[in-house]
Design a protein around this ligand. Structure first.
Ligand code: FBP
Length: 255
């Protein structure tokens, strides 16, 4: 099921669901346009692009880049323990020719049981239709003291495995030793790392190298690519580390 989404068991996905999660505050005149993002995904030959339904319906149609359709989401306007409920069905994802579906679970939130239940139903339907499921596993809510602690990240990873996710997407806490343990806890569920807010490009490449060396299969990254002044340059550097196992020094020349 996963082979269509991976290259040599590694992956670089381009995430563009921030318009719902954060609002247009993440965008400028260029990257506010989904066509610009599709251009980066195509020219950069990403393994897949991640959209919510509305953008997929209006912009994706003739694209050759595999689509991961996000099936739930929330805004950051509501405070308190988070919940992201289903916004789109597996059937709609199939109609849009998605190659996988994505779903966020806020573990630790007092609403996690609702997301577990919804995830289980979505996952069953997706798997019946040979669609892999990617779970964004984010520990959030009043009961979570530090969402980036080794134990919380490892717990998130293990829940992803227990629930049957094919890939989990988690945050990186900048500690390769922790990530090795986290990847171990995920077992046969593969791990990709979220990009986060825009950071120094050299640091991003160093983190990517550590992430790959720790056993994660790659990145599902957004702002650090499409907010970068030349997204195809950072893409080339990331891909050379992820797929060709090159060092940071070897790829710095691409920037
Ligand atoms: P970025 O690489 O831009 O951080 O995107 C990764 C991602 O998981 C997006 O898919 C999602 O919109 C966003 O981060 C959510 O992040 P958060 O919940 O921390 O605001």
């Amino acid at each position: 099921m996963l082979s269509k989404l991976l290259t040599k068991n590694r992956a670089l996905f381009l995430a563009y669901d921030q318009g719902l999660e954060h609002g247009p505050i993440d965008f400028n005149d260029k990257n506010v346009d989904p066509k610009y993002i599709l251009g980066i995904a195509k020219k950069g030959k990403y393994n897949a692009i991640i959209f919510q339904k509305g953008i997929a319906e209006k912009y994706y149609k003739k694209s050759k880049i595999p689509l991961i359709l996000k099936l739930n989401g929330k805004t950051n306007l509501v405070k308190g323990d988070p919940i992201a409920t289903q916004l789109c069905t597996v059937k709609e994802a199939i109609k849009l020719k998605a190659k996988a579906v994505g779903y966020t679970i806020y573990i630790g939130s007092k609403h996690e049981h609702i997301m577990f239940k919804e995830f289980e139903r979505i996952e069953r339907e997706a798997h019946e239709n040979n669609l892999p499921v990617i779970a964004w596993m984010y520990a959030r809510g009043k009961s979570i003291k530090n969402e980036l602690s080794r134990d919380i990240l490892a717990y998130s990873a293990r829940i992803g495995l227990e629930l049957g996710a094919d890939i989990i997407k988690i945050k990186y806490n900048n500690n390769p030793k922790d990530l090795k343990w986290i990847v171990k806890c995920a077992g046969k569920t593969k791990v990709v790392i979220a990009g986060g807010i825009k950071t120094n490009p050299k640091l991003l490449l160093e983190q990517t190298k550590d992430i790959i060396n720790s056993g994660a299969i790659g990145l599902a990254i957004g702002r650090n690519v499409w907010q970068y002044k030349e997204p195809l340059k950072i893409t080339k550097a990331l891909k050379t580390i992820i797929f060709k196992n090159r060092s940071v020094n070897e790829v710095l020349k691409f920037l």
